[in-house]
Design a protein around this ligand. Structure first.
Ligand code: NIG
Ligand code: FE
Length: 410
């Protein structure tokens, strides 16, 4: 048996449970001082305080946390990990005042990444995404979600989802796969969007389901992309084929995405920067998790989602990176943690739940990861920090000292 005993934890901070936390519960976490954790064959076997029984250390690798903070491994529930190329050329356009939607309308933006992604082989995309996963792990992320959505043909969407499968086979990171063929109408269907939507519903979704390589189906519900009614049709089709709906909503314009998310029973709704009060009410009613992406607001120079109102309204709030080559070329959840406190005004405890348990719940993995509890995967981070406040307050350094995935240091 493979045993790891983590001792001398100054502060162990973790949410608890197998599902999302909302309202006051979001900020109620367990804090243990002078704690230890035993991981056996990758699964947390015991958690305690004080000096661990000498018996526990028998045949175990012992790791001394030297009084530091330990939290669950971070869960990044929203990334567009699979893409070819980058888009640094858009920085100049942005500095000259072009908005995200203007860049998109000029045929740049997502569409230029579609060209680079179609031109890349499955192996090239796997190697590139794997390097990003390495970087994410060094920063404390131990589970993430990844979307297709830069292929926009059946062949290239399946290629992206196959890349995610390859990553799960080859990399220590757990990667939850999302089909996002409805990320954009590709230029070849610019004047015939109904036909692209037909292909999505009648060809792509069945083909993805046939291969069983996506758990979720996501749509970019936005001005100039997919309307709320189109999004509803696509997500209903995904549901019919067993894919759980997610929806990019209210990122730039509030065109009904968050209301739809609650109505359709989406597991999560993403962005919500300009979410109206009826959207918040719908999310609360539908039990939909608000997956907020503050590093995108930062990169777009946009306002920040009304996170406090969401917590007060009983909507479970998760926070993720939105890592992608355009609106958020950032995969660092530590920066997201900083923004959660400074811009959303969430407490360190609420923020921790947002980037661990609620993130895990947004990808249907809260029974396996997202907290340090007996029976969950041994995914933890030892931080170069004495307490939780410290990682929320320090900006710009990598404070993840040791990252442990399934009981192994990475
Ligand atoms: O979540 N909003 C849509 N998709 C991404 C951006 C993708 C891109 O710009 O390449 C997002 O922000
Ligand atoms: Fe996104």
């Amino acid at each position: 048996m493979n045993k790891l005993l983590l001792t001398n934890i100054g502060m162990l901070a973790t949410p608890q449970g197998n599902g999302p936390k909302c309202g006051e519960e979001q900020g109620k976490i367990q804090i243990l001082k002078d704690a230890w954790v035993l991981i056996e064959d990758g699964i947390i076997a015991k958690v305690g305080t004080g000096a661990p029984d000498a018996e526990l250390a028998k045949d175990a690798e012992v790791l001394d946390a030297e009084g530091r903070l330990v939290t669950p491994g971070l869960v990044d529930a929203h990334t567009h990990l699979i893409f070819g190329g980058w888009r640094q050329n858009e920085l100049g356009m942005k500095l000259h005042g072009a908005t995200y939607l203007e860049i998109l309308a000029a045929g740049c933006g997502i569409l230029s990444t579609v060209t680079s992604t179609r031109n890349a082989t499955e192996e090239e995309l796997t190697v590139k995404a794997s390097a990003a996963l390495d970087e994410m792990m060094k920063l404390g992320t131990t589970t993430c979600e990844a979307k297709s959505g830069y292929g926009l043909t059946t062949e290239h969407e399946l290629k992206a989802l196959q890349v995610i499968k390859n990553l799960n086979d080859r990399h220590a990171m757990d990667v939850a796969p999302t089909f996002m063929g409805a990320h954009m109408v590709p230029s070849e269907y610019k004047d015939n969007r109904e036909e692209y939507i037909r292909i999505l519903i009648e060809e792509m979704i069945p083909a993805v389901a046939e291969q069983g390589i996506a758990k979720f189906c996501d749509v970019f519900c936005e001005t100039g992309v997919f309307s709320a009614e189109e999004s509803r049709k696509i997500l209903e089709a995904g549901k019919k084929y067993g894919m759980v709906p997610k929806i990019h909503a209210d990122e730039i314009d509030p065109i009904g995405g968050s209301v739809l998310a609650g109505e359709i029973g989406a597991i999560s709704s993403e962005h919500l920067i300009v979410c109206p009060s009826e959207g918040i009410a719908s999310l609360a009613k539908g039990g939909t998790i608000a997956c907020l992406l503050p590093a995108t607001s930062f990169n777009l120079g946009a306002t920040f989602a009304p996170a406090r109102e969401m917590v007060e309204a009983g909507v479970p709030v998760a926070m993720a990176s939105d890592f992608n080559p355009g609106s958020c070329p950032c995969l660092n959840l530590q920066f997201v943690i900083n923004l959660g406190c400074l811009k959303y005004k969430l407490t360190p405890e609420e923020v921790l739940t947002a980037v661990t348990l609620n993130g895990a719940a947004a990808i249907n993995m809260a029974d396996k990861v997202g907290s340090i509890e007996v029976g969950k995967q041994g995914d933890l981070v030892i931080w170069d920090a004495p307490d939780l406040d410290y990682i929320c307050y320090r900006v710009g350094s990598n404070l993840a000292k040791t990252v442990i995935k399934r009981g192994q240091t990475v």
